[in-house]
Design a protein around this ligand. Structure first.
Ligand code: RIB
Ligand code: CA
Length: 329
């Protein structure tokens, strides 16, 4: 008897970006995922570029059925900074693609998140919310619609790092862009008992795609494969490397193949005040079983499933097989 794999209801929160686009391709194409909605936030690029890029990718893979919500145009407190030095001036590899034919959903990102989460909970299929960007939208949801936030099945976010940083010597870009939002989301997960997984920089760079694999994608000829090839080869050229990470796509792949990622449940706080450390995810790996009477801070309230190691080739292969249109296992 063939048992169809139940597809996982997901919502992606994106700042599309090259690797967000790789994640959207995976979420839009893989039958193991039920992409219920996408919400946009400023991050890699200004919000208008993020919305355009997101609609372009969903149109490219014929997913006009997926509603796209427009969210926050800047962080809660920080001034907005972008990462166009990484993602190109248009935020998505400067491919010169035709403007999207799709339009955003009339609802704001917050209302779309609320409705999608509530519908999932009501049907007994709580959704996994996958922030791949600064967590401004999800923090606002926690404050504006706390009851909906509490109905989230799991938050699985790309951000932070236990031992690795990129935006500064201490912080990862998504959390550094809006540290208050990240702190609010971790606190709300703790208060509402929403399980949370952190796919941070400790694993982010593991799933790499090589030039040769890009060539095979191009030879495949499908629209998804050609866009995937263009996205990854942009990073090959920009960073003069033979390999490039699929970044955010790894956080989505983790949902499909959780055994490819090793996680440990650890207390996590976000540093908000350090001059040199603002935006750092402080992952507590001490052996605190013996008690913390000496520690004035005590354990962080947020217990997070932190991804500490990943099988990069396995994750990259899942993404490549999906881009090729292969029957993903
Ligand atoms: O630090 C990497 C993260 O920042 C990724 O989500 C990338 O798209 C950028 O948003
Ligand atoms: Ca991103």
């Amino acid at each position: 008897m063939i048992v169809a794999m139940a597809s996982i209801p997901v919502v992606l929160d994106v700042d599309t970006g090259v690797d967000d686009a790789c994640a959207l391709l995976l979420a839009g194409l893989h039958p193991g995922l039920d992409l219920r909605a996408v919400t946009c936030v400023a991050g890699n690029a200004p919000l208008s570029d993020v919305v355009r890029n997101t609609l372009t990718v969903l149109g490219w893979v014929e997913r006009a059925d997926v509603p796209v919500g427009v969210g926050a145009g800047r962080p809660l407190l920080e001034d907005p900074v972008d990462a166009r030095h990484v993602h190109g001036s248009d935020g998505m590899a400067d491919l010169g693609l035709a403007p999207p034919t799709l339009s955003p959903d009339p609802r704001s990102a917050l209302d779309l998140l609320r409705d999608t989460i509530d519908e999932g909970a009501a049907s007994g299929e709580p959704v996994t919310v996958v922030p791949l960007a600064p967590m401004t939208n999800l923090a606002l949801l926690a404050r504006v619609h706390p009851e909906a936030f509490g109905r989230i099945g799991r938050v699985a976010f790309m951000g932070g790092g236990a031992h690795v940083s990129n935006a500064t010597a201490a912080a990862e870009f998504n959390v550094f862009h809006d540290p208050e939002a990240a702190a609010i989301v971790l606190d709300a997960c703790a208060v509402s008992d929403v399980p949370v997984t952190m796919y941070g920089l400790d694993v982010f760079y593991a799933p790499m795609v090589t030039d040769a694999q890009v060539g095979a994608l191009r030879a495949g000829g499908s629209p998804a494969a050609s866009l995937a090839a263009d996205l990854v080869s942009f990073h090959h050229r920009r960073f003069a490397n033979d390999g490039a990470t699929i970044g955010d796509a790894g956080a989505v792949a983790m949902l499909l193949d959780p055994d490819a990622v090793h996680t440990q449940r650890l207390p996590v706080r976000v540093e908000l005040t350090g001059t040199w450390t603002r935006g750092r995810t402080v992952v507590d790996r001490r052996d605190w079983s013996g008690g913390l009477a000496h520690d004035p801070h005590g354990l962080a309230p947020a217990m997070v499933d932190v991804a500490l190691d990943a099988d990069g080739p396995r994750i990259a292969d899942l993404w490549l097989r999906t881009m090729h249109g292969g029957a993903p296992s």
